[in-house]
Design a protein around this ligand. Structure first.
Ligand code: ASP
Length: 415
């Protein structure tokens, strides 16, 4: 069985929803569809999630919400009408939207989470209506009913492991399609809490593990994951296959096609992930697979950069004789809730370049080649760090040199 997640840009219009449905129906194994809220129809459009955030804000201030509700409802209505659904069938969506401010919430954060979550919750209901209208045996499955339990921050929740036991109990008939809303779960006390933004990817991965799927297909609007940022490199190659940990290293420093938190459930369940394009479904996309038996095609898999890092330079004699010094430094950062990739100094603005590839472990000359080719272009690394796993090298450069450094490394290894 396959879990198939569609992102917001893949579900923004009736036409794209029709394409998503066609993808689902073209493979009987594609039984579970995880949906995002309708995204942008064009570059100046607003995502339904962002409209819902506005709605929450107006509701909290007790302002008139008629206009915003109509705007949100019209997004669902437009999709419904595309499939010939009547307004009487769609009225339930408007009713739920109008009722949102009247539900009880423990505090404002939970109110915001519940409003946001309805982008996906209502879209899953709508898509179930559409499927049924087309005579397809389908069922809307809500996180509340499925027992997808989350804890932590209401707008940055984490999955509770109990969810996997609950999902294991769900029976899915051989001829039925499940439509599941992404992005949120229920707290043990029954409130809605969402994952961080873009978190429908996480729901897909949780279901893939919970339902013991053979594959987690993640449909977006690009042909998989590129080896470098297309804003820096013209027509970069797309990565055919990479390991979980390569993906993790790359997403630390800017690869954002797939949500980094969504890797964890997939790794725990050892479920391969296939990132694919809704508008070009026959393109194989990118496979993200376990490390075991992985044979790299190239020395490096991807190169990325992330700007606006500060470097904290501490100088102290006989530091090597003193135990616990770094621990104390990190404790200070911890007390101030500062992730230690972002050490404060403010003297200079750095960028980090991450070069990632399982293939680097076998080839001991890669780091030299990288440094040499940067040197040939007068870029001197301010910092170099190779992790013990030997699959990534982090190079710190001046911020203004970052894009050029990515280009040089990409040309060296991919052309
Ligand atoms: N709709 C949510 C967001 O815009 C979650 C998602 O799309 O994955 O962040």
């Amino acid at each position: 069985m396959k879990i198939v997640k569609f992102g917001g840009s893949s579900l923004a219009t009736g036409e794209s929803v029709a394409q998503a449905i066609q993808i689902i129906l073209s493979d009987p194994q594609r039984q579970v569809m995880v949906v995002s809220a309708p995204g942008k129809r064009n570059t100046t459009d607003i995502k339904v999630t962002d409209l819902l955030i506005k709605y929450a804000d107006l509701a909290l201030k007790h302002k008139n919400c008629v206009e915003i509700v109509n705007k949100i409802f019209s997004r669902y209505q437009e999709i419904g009408h595309y499939f010939g659904l009547a307004d009487t069938e769609l009225s339930i969506i408007k009713q739920i939207l109008l009722e949102l401010p009247n539900q009880g919430y423990p505090n404002e954060k939970y109110l915001l989470a519940a409003f946001k979550a309805h982008g996906e919750r209502l879209n899953a209901r709508l898509i179930t209506l559409v499927l049924r209208h087309q005579g397809i045996n389908s069922r809307f499955l809500d996180p509340a009913e499925a027992g997808l339990i989350v804890t932590g921050e209401p707008n940055d929740a984490i999955v509770n492991p109990e969810s996997y036991l609950n999902l294991d109990q769900i029976k899915i008939k051989a001829d039925e399609r499940i439509v599941f809303p992404g992005f949120f779960g229920m707290t043990p006390s029954g409130n809605i809490a969402t994952f961080s933004r873009g978190g429908s990817d996480i729901t897909g991965a949780i279901l893939a593990r919970g339902f013991h799927a053979d594959l987690y297909e993640n449909f977006t609007d690009v042909n998989g994951i590129f080896a470098a940022n297309p804003h820096i490199i013209e027509h970069p190659q797309s990565i055919k296959k990479m390991t979980y940990r390569e993906m993790r290293e790359l997403s630390y420093a800017g690869f954002s096609v797939f949500h980094d938190e969504a890797l964890i459930p997939a790794i725990q369940g050892q479920i391969p992930i296939n990132v694919k394009n809704t508008h070009d479904p026959s393109n194989p996309g990118t496979m993200i697979v376990p490390e075991k038996d992985f044979v790299p095609d190239n020395a490096i898999t991807g190169v990325t950069s992330q700007k606006h890092f500060s470097a904290l330079y501490l100088h102290k004699y006989l530091l090597n004789k003193e135990a616990g010094f770094t621990l104390r430094i990190l404790q200070i950062l911890y007390q101030h809730n500062i992730p230690y990739e972002h050490m404060p100094s403010g003297i200079e603005d750095y960028a980090i370049i991450m070069v990632v590839g399982e293939g680097m472990r076998q080839k001991h000359t890669i780091s030299r080649q990288i440094i040499d080719s940067l040197g040939d272009h007068d870029i001197s690394p301010q910092m170099i760090n190779q992790g013990a796993s030997q699959i990534s090298i982090m190079i710190g450069t001046k911020k203004e040199k970052a894009d050029e450094a990515v280009k040089i490394i990409y040309q060296k290894f991919f052309n």
